[in-house]
Design a protein around this ligand. Sequence first.
Ligand SMILES: *[C@@H]1O[C@H](CO)[C@@H](O)[C@H](O)[C@H]1NC(C)=O
Ligand SMILES: *[C@@H]1O[C@H](CO)[C@@H](O)[C@H](O)[C@H]1NC(C)=O
Length: 386
Amino acid sequence: MKPLPLTIVVFSCLLIHGTTGASCSDPPCPPRFNSIFSFGSSYSDTGNFVVQSAGLPFIPFNHSPYGDTFFRRPTGRPSDGRLAIDFIAEALALPLLPPFLAREQDFSRGANFAIVGGTALDVDFFLRHNAASVPPFRSSLRVQIGWFRSLLRQTLGGTNATSAARREHLATSLFVVGEFGGSDYRFLLSGGKTLEEAKSFVPEVVHAICRGVEKLVEEGARYVVVSGTPPAGCLPMALTRYAAAAVAANASTAYDRRTGCLRRLNGLAQYHNWLLREAVRRMRGKYPATKLVYADFYKPVALLVRRPAKFGFTQQPLEACCGGGGRYNYNPQLACGLPSAATCSVPSSYVNWDGIHFTEAAYKFVAGGWLNGVYAYPSILSLQPQ
Ligand SMILES: *[C@@H]1O[C@H](CO)[C@@H](O)[C@H](O)[C@H]1NC(C)=O
Ligand SMILES: *[C@@H]1O[C@H](CO)[C@@H](O)[C@H](O)[C@H]1NC(C)=O
């Protein structure tokens, strides 16, 4: 089930269209989207957080080795190179998405609103539920949609929701919503909630994501990709921080024997994804004029963790490439980006980059599955904007 490299996907797509005759040139291949609008968390931030947190003492993502693999400089992306959203933009022949908060960029082909720490739920929710560690900034999906609306006002003129140019532009844009959820649960857990309590908030998190999707559809979105959350129990950060509690709760069931991931944390992510996929299915019925894609972020990462060597990831998949040592090479006091942290020599042989985020190589694998449909339904490359 290995997704084909993107170039091969595009070529084979052309070949298939070529042999079926009628569909050869119309509809075109790859899909002709005018632009991409992306919302989410650190898994798709292309530079918003470093702009928003300018003035704070130290932002790791703003330092080498972040960005070294592809950009040869830090761009604010929490990875060594490109993210899934970058591979999607490349496959659709669109420019890499500029971060919205970095002003004076060209947003005519899209914008990225995703930001490190981006949550589905609002800050007020975390304050109400006494989570001690609240998101440092107001950057929930609702806030990100507010940024999107302000961009529309700037670029497409006025607040006239019925403006034909605006509707036309949005109807031929690809919207990518997510990943969301990971930051929500992390804030709840680090704020002292138990895993059971965090699980009880899953329906609210999923509901908040759906509310965001519905707002975008009501604005005129016709193509929306909704991403699930990756297996949180396989992250070096989680394995370092939560393993003791998991073992204390039940040593015999704390770890997945095949992968070494934390089972109940993965269960939380799977429960979230299951509710979200069901919600997307329901929204398809409610909005027949909009194509809604559910993109699975869990399965491709879980597969890389289970059988890394098969896909060229030759190193221990639960170990971060860049970090400050320890069993999983994750240490918050010696975080990647600090001069004292060490970086592996071949990042593409690792699944995990810095303990929380993935390497460019892993994102490429995930994005390939979303584009060709192995890990998304329907596939992104099958969308045909009018
Ligand atoms: C706003 O929409 C109305 C109704 O479609 C249209 O008549 C009007 O010209 C629009 N105004 C602008 C500024 O686009
Ligand atoms: C731990 O999990 C196992 C398997 O589900 C169960 O049999 C056992 O009773 C549990 N132990 C505790 C202390 O909950």
